[in-house]
Design a protein around this ligand. Structure first.
Ligand code: ADP
Ligand SMILES: Nc1ccn([C@@H]2O[C@H](COP(=O)(O)O)[C@@H](O)[C@H]2O)c(=O)n1
Ligand code: MG
Length: 489
């Protein structure tokens, strides 16, 4: 296989695997959110399971980062975050810097393990943390930290991760990357001279003075703690496939879709995650927000239509052959929850020519949570399948109100398909418990709700961002389609 640069691997890993929305918050500590924690609530408190923690250890340049990248690539539909042990290197004092060639970077004492433990403790409890950034050129921790958010899977990677039993105890799975010493040395020489700009003589000196001995004294003895040993590192795709399968099985036990068979999360791809990254980014312009939200909405709508009943239908193709296909139900309508649900109407109209679209307005009155509902629904709605449109399923309150109204109007519960872009697990529980036959189709499941009952990580006030009425946008407001915002049936 081709060679990867470590920075490429880690960058790709970070970009590819963090929850898209969360990346935007990985701010420089000097930035406006300096030192603040994201308003994330505990995953555990929110009914989420603790993350699955994978430890990846092995000699320097054995291929740990490359193996992590391969695991992450295959887990593309999960929220995965990588934390490297090297982020926790103690910075060198000025005096130590003068004698840097005598410093042993491969000794367990070179790492601030207490800090690593406290960061991991927070992550495991569903809290965001600032992970220090380490500069291999200056041998110091740099000021800007990396904001890391809680995830389904945390991969901890580093040469001495299995040395301290407290760190080992954090892990659900321990992997040791076992690569021959000559291969590790060759890769190290290439990496340290090319990527770190070091002198080859210094690299060889450091290797014979510290790296080789530390491997034998501290790293190799920890191999016995591994659950899985991967010979040949990233070249061992069979081992990596098996690891990914195992992780999937473990994660699947907590899968919301398994608990709620009425929930459908569309199959994710990097395109979809990329689009989510854009629309969740607070800095995205209204124009881009509309463009990418529309693309995602279209996918959700298409998926939702796939749940409508159909009959077999045969047609004759231009080649005179018979094609056996299906004819789907035409007796349907869309109902949008004003105002953000109206953003989904265009996609529905584009997929179902001439479809009737009704509206529901849910109004929160005062603090007592009393809600008034105004509606404009097709008269024969009871006979129709209903595609209920609202981009965000948060607490589930609005959805329950809207669905209750539809049932009052004698729509069959099983004929309702609720389409949204993101769903909080709480909302899914509430809707599914009350209306188990309503299908929920979404494109991503969120971490949960914060203390203000806002979806986290979320994407802000969808209606304001889509219709350009938010006040934090720097760009000129851009209205997608004004007439859709006011016109009722
Ligand atoms: N299977 C492989 N084949 C070829 N080059 C590899 C392979 N695995 C890793 N490398 C290269 O070796 C170097 C060290 O790999 P890396 O994954 O960064 O190791 P570690 O994280 O264990 O130090 C990198 O330059 C990487 O691109
Ligand atoms: N300032 C430093 C800090 C560490 N190293 C070497 O990095 C190796 C660990 O990184 P891997 O990606 O290979 O796990 C380790 O062998 C240290 O010697 C360094 O050279 N300079
Ligand atoms: Mg590495």
């Amino acid at each position: 296989m081709g060679s990867y640069s470590t920075s490429e691997v880690l960058n790709a890993a970070a970009v590819g695997v963090h929850h898209p929305a969360l990346r935007s918050h990985e701010l420089d500590l000097k930035g406006s959110m300096s030192g603040e924690e994201l308003p994330t609530t505990s995953g555990l408190e929110n009914g989420h399971q603790a993350p699955f923690v994978i430890g990846v250890a092995g000699g320097a340049s054995s291929g740990k980062s490359t193996v992590c990248k391969m695991i992450i690539d295959q887990l593309c539909d999960q929220r995965v975050v990588v934390v490297t042990q090297e982020s926790f290197y103690y910075g060198l004092s000025d005096e130590e810097l003068v004698h840097v060639h005598d410093y042993n970077f491969d000794h367990p004492d070179a790492f601030d393990t207490d800090l690593l433990l406290s960061c991991m403790e927070k992550l495991k409890h569903g809290k965001a943390v600032d992970i220090p950034s380490y500069d291999f050129k200056t041998h110091k921790s740099v000021l800007s930290a990396r904001k890391v958010n809680p995830s389904d899977v945390i991969i901890l990677e580093g040469i001495l991760l299995f040395h301290d039993s407290r760190v080992r105890d954090l892990m659900n799975m321990k992997i040791f990357v076992d690569t021959d010493a000559d291969v590790r040395l060759t890769r190290r020489i290439r990496r340290d001279t090319i990527e770190k700009g070091r002198d080859i003589i210094d690299v060889l000196d450091q290797y014979s003075k510290f790296v080789k001995t530390a491997f034998e004294d501290f790293i190799l003895p920890t191999k016995k703690y591994a659950d899985i040993i991967i010979p040949r590192g990233a070249d061992n795709s069979v081992a990596i496939d098996l690891i990914v399968q195992h992780i999937r099985t473990k994660l699947g036990q907590n899968d919301l879709c398994k608990i709620h068979p009425n929930l459908y999360v569309i199959q994710t791809t990097y395109q979809i995650r990329g689009m989510h990254t854009i629309i969740r980014d607070a800095a995205t312009t209204t124009h881009d927000f509309i463009f990418y939200a529309d693309r995602l909405i279209r996918l959700v709508v298409e998926h939702g239509l796939g749940h409508l009943p159909f009959r077999e239908k045969q047609v004759i193709t231009p080649t005179g052959s018979v094609y056996t296909g299906v004819d789907f139900s035409k007796s349907l309508c869309g109902i949008s929850v004003i105002r953000s649900g109206e953003s989904m109407e265009n996609a529905l109209r584009a997929c179902c020519k001439g479809i009737k679209i009704g509206k529901i307005l849910i109004h929160r009155e005062g603090d007592d949570g009393k809600q008034l509902i105004y509606h404009n629904l097709p008269k024969d709605i009871a006979k129709r399948h209903v595609l209920l449109l609202d981009p965000i399923l948060g607490t589930g309150n609005s959805a329950v109100q809207a669905i209750s109204l539809l049932l009052e109007k004698r729509v069959q519960e099983a004929n309702i398909i609720f389409l949204n872009l993101i769903s909080a697990p709480q909302g899914v529980h509430v809707v599914s418990k009350r209306f188990p036959r309503v299908k929920i189709v979404t494109s991503e499941i969120e971490l949960g709700l914060n203390d203000d009952f806002r979806v986290i990580p979320g994407m802000g006030e969808f209606g304001d961002r889509y219709f350009g009425t938010d006040d934090y946008q720097s760009s000129t407001p851009f209205f997608a389609d004004d007439k859709n915002r006011v016109g009722l049936l």
